[in-house]
Design a protein around this ligand. Sequence first.
Ligand code: PMP
Length: 407
Amino acid sequence: MGAVSEQTSSPRPRVSARLSAIAESATLAVDAKAKALKAAGRPVIGFGAGEPDFPTPGYIVDAAIAAAKDPANHRYTPAAGLPALREAVAAKTLRDSGYTVQPSQVLVTNGGKQAVYQAFAAIVDPGDEILLPAPYWTTYPEAIRLAGGVPVEVFAGADQAYLVTVEQLEAARTPKTKALLFCSPSNPTGAVYSPEQTAAIGRWALEHGIWVITDEIYEHLTYDHAVFTPIVRVVPELADTTIVLNGVAKTYAMTGWRVGWMIGPADVITAATNLQSHLTSNVANVSQRAAIAALTDDLAAVEEMRHAFDRRRRLIVEMLSVIDGFEVPVPQGAFYVYPSVQGMLGRTIRGVTPTTSAELATLILEQAEVAVVPGEAFGPSGYLRLSYALGDDDLIEGISRIQALLA
Ligand code: PMP
């Protein structure tokens, strides 16, 4: 008796379990390493960043300059977004996607990324399963887990052009399945679902009461005969159980301005707006004004950039395809190419024998001074993602170095 009560419990963790569980972004890890090499004076060429190399079109920048001078923009504005921008998003949705939404169904977010996070936060309860076609953009599983959900990967490899089928989705469906994440054109693969495939997936989701979170941020970047298909246009009954994610970043070369949005049924948008009202409030007014200028003008500047991406796309596919051990499906959208490099793993290159795509990416960075993102960032090992949203000269030089290293 009298002994000091035994404090056997371990000290309470400093960082919460929820945040400790977030994996370091492999994309950022590659980027950090590339930047460190660059800072040390090395001539590193980066295929890592998912952003256009073009400056934002001048008329958009001009609108922002004018907005910065207007004191009305120096104050808090409604958390859900400037009414004029919510109207512009509704009008743009009718123009580009062919169906009507009310401005009240639009929530303006701090980039598409916040829309991703808030969409899952709005509809996911602990234990809900979210079907996640893989390879997937690296942020989705983390946003799902932060909301308490369980990402369920449904993998489609290069042999099926990175497109999942209804049969695969059906095989992964359980009573706990709450939603499907749908991203077409896709980051990281550049795959684009056809109108028929999109409609089939939409009808399947509708039949089983599964929500669809559709990320349409690359809608304007499609090539050859591929077309972007808004899932709500081909299955209109889905409107009440669909959240559309979008933003100006990729279409208008506006990654740094941080304007995105989500569109959904009234109850979901209200819930997400309440969350945002505590989290970040309104998106910077100057950026919102710039976005209004972007969305209310025509798509001429976008078309010019798309032409440049298309040229680079064909060039990078051609140059990567000659590398023995690379299998290069021709991407139909976005600005990424996603070769399978399984045929390259296990070979010895300059005394190193990479057995994973992460090790291959490290070898390419260290030996060729070229930054690429390994498939591990987006699902299974065995792939590399290269963004071709960089200048033509850098593209040729960078891929030539990879060819020389791996030849
Ligand atoms: N969705 C996808 C598929 C993306 O690739 C990105 C950017 N990498 C985003 C959303 C978010 O873009 P942002 O936050 O810059 O608007």
